[in-house]
Design a binder for this molecule. Structure first.
Ligand code: B16
Ligand code: MG
Length: 211
């Protein structure tokens, strides 16, 4: 039986994945590096510095320049985030989290983002989950399972008792590697290791009730 649901943040709870895209696109355009939505999909769930390496595509820059590029992207991203309000949370997401909790199931966030708490504060969801594990808690980002293992430990559950909801291929890899039950949404639905694929978050309620 499922006792916990660990939600990814960007691209699952919120559409901040679009802001990541816009911020990387702005940097890539400035550096005259080709960047499109397909390439952006490779950045889902991956840490900021690893994402930068993918954006740069092997072009040579010093570590100092790379640190500046990452800071520049984060500044653009944070400016977009600072415009967010509770209205950015969809009714489907709000109602699903409420319905999961009403079944006595624990909830957690498992995100690679170091901006997780800033985002959750902006949209008024900082107290919504039983636990938050994010990019500040881990050494290795997805596809390593570390962030989900930290989240599961914080809600006192073992991986096999938890769903992990992910929009990233790297996130499904991470969930599988950690022994979680991976549920895919968005770009991740093409991953063959997904236990189930969903179109909208509320679809997990049927899967929970069937399992
Ligand atoms: P930051 P998630 C991930 O969040 C994003 O999918 C990924 O695109 C981003 O590079 C990563 O967080 C780090 O984010 O620069 O804010 O620390 O999908 O795991 O919630
Ligand atoms: Mg994501």
């Amino acid at each position: 039986m499922i006792k916990g649901v660990i939600f990814d943040l960007d691209g699952v709870i919120l559409s901040t994945d679009e802001y990541h895209y816009q911020a990387w696109k702005k940097l890539a355009d400035r550096l005259k590096i080709p960047f499109d939505r397909e390439k952006n999909n490779l950045l889902r769930g991956v840490s900021r510095m690893e994402s930068l390496e993918i954006v740069l595509g092997g072009r040579k820059f010093s570590d100092e320049q790379k640190a500046e590029f990452a800071a520049e992207k984060n500044e653009t991203y944070r400016a977009l985030l600072s415009e967010m309000t509770p209205d950015d949370v969809s009714d489907d997401v709000r109602n699903t989290i409420k319905a999961v909790k009403s079944r006595g199931i624990k909830t957690a966030i498992g995100s690679s983002s170091k901006n997780t708490k800033f985002i959750l504060e902006r949209v008024g969801m900082i107290d919504e989950f039983d636990a938050i594990a994010d990019g500040n808690d881990i050494k290795k980002s997805k596809p390593d399972p570390e962030v989900f293992l930290v989240a599961a430990e914080r809600i006192n559950l073992s991986p096999s008792e938890c769903f992990v909801i992910e929009d990233a291929l790297a996130g499904i890899d991470a969930a599988s590697a950690g022994g979680f039950v991976p549920i895919a949404i968005g770009d991740a639905v093409k991953h063959p290791a997904a236990f189930k694929t969903i179109k909208r978050l509320s679809d997990i309620l049927t899967i929970i009730d069937d399992k």
